[in-house]
Design a protein around this ligand. Structure first.
Ligand SMILES: [Mg+2]
Length: 214
């Protein structure tokens, strides 16, 4: 039973974007547009070049912000405010997801490559406010992003997460590699499965998956 694979888990770590809301809500699309606009403005490049740079940074450093900081010494805070200033009026609460998260025994945290204030807004829009013991953004890892192991280590040390007693839920398969290496149970949350040794479980329905654990 899948439940047995999680019986040792005392801390539940959730990614935010495209994990605690489904990709069809397309919130991240708005952020992508704003990230491209920001790159165009600060680096004085056209859209095509901005998109090319963003793709390169994503591959090389994990996020657009990490690339901007490493290669152009961009100040992260104004960037985080600008790219996360998105419209959430189309987002809907998910009562079933809230119930199943609430039922998880132990500590529940959110860890996103976005900012914590942004995460708070998303959680409110999804009816998930108050369910988590802590919310960590990229600012809590010295602006180093997932998938860097050092980023996970900084956040987990800060929170007191014991990796081999914790589970990680994430849509980006890259961001499950370090957690797996550290001893966490890993769950890939996405419409399509991704075959990899560092992924223990896959689900296209987070609420349904959590329902099987409690
Ligand atoms: Mg995500």
């Amino acid at each position: 039973m899948v439940r047995d694979a999680f019986s040792h888990v005392t801390t539940w770590v959730f990614d935010l974007d495209n994990t605690l809301y489904p990709p069809h809500m397309r919130l991240f699309d708005q952020i992508e547009v704003r990230m491209t606009a920001y790159v165009m403005e600060v680096l004085k490049v056209d859209r095509a070049e901005a998109d090319r740079l963003r793709a390169t940074y994503w591959l090389q450093y994990g996020t657009t912000l990490a690339g901007l900081m490493r290669e152009h010494a961009i100040d992260p805070d104004p960037y985080l405010v600008a790219v996360h200033d998105v419209d959430m009026s189309h987002m809907t609460p998910d009562a079933a997801l809230a119930d199943h998260i609430r039922a998880l025994p132990g500590r529940r945290i959110v860890y996103t490559n976005g900012s914590a204030p942004y995460a708070e807004r998303v959680l409110a829009a999804r009816g998930l406010s108050g369910l988590f013991d802590a919310i960590y953004g990229v600012e809590h890892a010295g602006y180093r992003p997932k998938p860097e192991r050092a980023a996970f280590e900084e956040v987990f040390t800060r929170d007191g997460v014991i990796p081999d007693r914790a589970a990680m839920f994430e849509d980006d398969p890259r961001n499950l590699a370090a957690p797996h290496e550290m001893g966490m149970r890993t769950v890939h949350v996405a419409p399509d499965p991704h075959e990899a040794d560092h992924i223990h479980h896959h689900t296209d329905d987070l609420a349904a998956f959590l329902a099987r654990l409690t």
